[in-house]
Unconditional design. Structure first.
Length: 196
C-alpha cells in the first residue's frame, strides 16, 4: 500500500512540475503553456529563430551612390536605396535643354521596352514648375522623375552636365554617357547593362 501511495505521489509531483513549465538546468526556453497570457508566450519565443512560415529574405547591399532621398515631380518621397540590386538608368536633364527634349522619345520607348530596368529622370537647373511642364510636354510621365533643383542627386552620382545618362548595374557599378543619345544608342547601353 505504501508503494502504491509513493508511486502515486511521485507521478503527481512529476505531472505538477511538467504542468508548471519547470525546466532542467541549461534548457534554452520554457515550454509553452496553454494557460499562459499572450505576452508570456511571445516572450518565451526566441527572436533570432524565424517562424516556420517565414522565408528568408535576401536584401541587396546599398551602394553609396544610392544613399539619397529626393522628392518626385509628383510630390512623393523617393529613396535611392529602393533601387539597390536592380539595373537602373538615370537620365539627368534640364527643362530648357534641347538635347534633353530630343532624347525624351527614346527614353520613353526604352522605359516601356525594358520593364526589368528602372528608369529615373533626374531634373535640375530650373524650377519644379518648368520640370513638370517638360514632363507633360514630352509625354514622359510614366518614368519616375526626381525634382533635384539643388543638384544633390547630380552631385551624388558625379554628374555635372545635362544631358547625361548613368547606367547602374545591380552590383552598383556605373558607366556614363553624355547625350544626346539616339534610340539605337540608348538601346545599346541598356542591352549592355543587362549583359546582352
Amino acid at each position: 500500500m505504501i508503494t502504491v501511495r509513493a508511486a502515486a505521489v511521485l507521478t503527481a509531483t512529476a505531472l505538477l512540475v511538467t504542468a508548471c513549465g519547470a525546466m532542467a538546468p541549461g534548457d534554452a526556453a520554457a515550454p509553452m503553456r496553454d494557460d499562459a497570457p499572450p505576452s508570456a508566450a511571445s516572450a518565451s519565443t526566441s527572436p533570432s529563430t524565424p517562424a516556420a512560415s517565414d522565408a528568408p529574405v535576401a536584401t541587396a547591399a546599398v551602394p553609396s551612390a544610392l544613399d539619397f532621398s529626393a522628392t518626385t515631380l509628383k510630390g512623393q518621397r523617393f529613396d535611392g536605396a529602393s533601387l539597390a540590386g536592380k539595373p537602373v538608368v538615370f537620365w539627368f536633364w534640364a527643362p530648357w535643354c534641347p538635347k534633353c527634349r530630343s532624347e525624351a522619345p527614346a527614353v520613353k520607348s526604352a522605359a516601356a521596352t525594358y520593364d526589368q530596368v528602372a528608369f529615373v529622370g533626374v531634373a535640375g537647373l530650373d524650377t519644379e514648375a518648368a520640370m513638370r511642364e517638360f514632363v507633360q510636354r514630352t509625354g514622359t510621365g510614366d518614368v519616375t522623375h526626381l525634382a533635384d533643383a539643388k543638384g544633390a542627386v547630380w552631385t551624388r552620382l558625379g554628374v555635372s552636365e545635362q544631358s547625361t545618362f548613368v547606367f547602374m548595374k545591380p552590383d552598383g557599378s556605373t558607366t556614363k554617357a553624355t547625350g544626346p543619345l539616339s534610340q539605337g544608342d540608348l538601346d545599346g547601353h541598356v542591352q549592355r547593362l543587362l549583359g546582352r
